[in-house]
Design a protein around this ligand. Structure first.
Ligand SMILES: Cc1cc2nc3c(=O)[nH]c(=O)nc-3n(C[C@H](O)[C@H](O)[C@H](O)COP(=O)(O)O)c2cc1C
Length: 159
């Protein structure tokens, strides 16, 4: 199975997490800024990763690219989502951007994996929250003491 992580990251935080996870699961890793959307079609297992900005928007390098995702046939593909944000500063939109991937692709035929429990977090609202679950792994660089364990258990859940 060919695996890849496509990330958008302004300050390098999401990039760092994406590379850490890529190494653990044996995935290639691409900055969406330098990449054509058609590249995604080459992979079976895809992690879409992004930090959130401005009231829960996707990091800007995803910009128009997220709108083009319907051009890819996802029917035999598996998708997981990785969000990066700040609970302390943006508690009302924590990691909301990754909901854009879900909203765009939920009826694409792709299989979504990698939901996580939201109870271990400390925010008031996120578009990435569905009931007690988050649509994907959400990481906050301020949670230094928790991030490695979160990554470890998420990666196991993907296997
Ligand atoms: C102007 C600004 C707006 C932000 N808005 C959000 C937000 O709406 N939700 C969130 O979870 N984090 C928000 N953040 C926090 C960033 O997502 C966080 O700092 C993240 O680590 C940046 O990752 P990056 O370096 O990969 O871009 C914001 C940060 C800035 C500077």
């Amino acid at each position: 199975m060919k695996k890849a992580i496509f990330y958008g990251s302004k300050g390098g935080v999401c990039e760092g997490f994406a590379k850490q996870i890529a190494e653990k699961i044996g995935a290639e890793v691409f900055n969406i800024k330098d990449c054509q959307i058609s590249k995604i079609a080459e992979y079976d297992f895809i992690i879409f990763a992004a930090s959130s900005y401005y009231f829960g928007a996707l990091q800007e390098d995803w910009g128009n690219k997220v709108k083009l995702l319907h051009e890819i046939d996802f029917s035999n593909k598996t998708i997981a989502l990785l969000g990066v944000g700040s609970q302390a500063r943006h508690a009302d939109s924590f990691c909301s951007g990754i909901a854009d991937f879900y909203d765009k692709l939920r009826f694409s035929g792709a299989r979504f994996v990698g939901e996580v429990d939201s109870k271990d977090y400390n925010f008031s609202f996120s578009r990435a929250q569905k009931g007690q679950k988050l649509l994907g792994l959400c990481l906050d660089k301020a949670d230094e003491d928790k991030n490695n364990a979160r990554i470890e258990s998420w990666v196991k859940s993907l296997a």
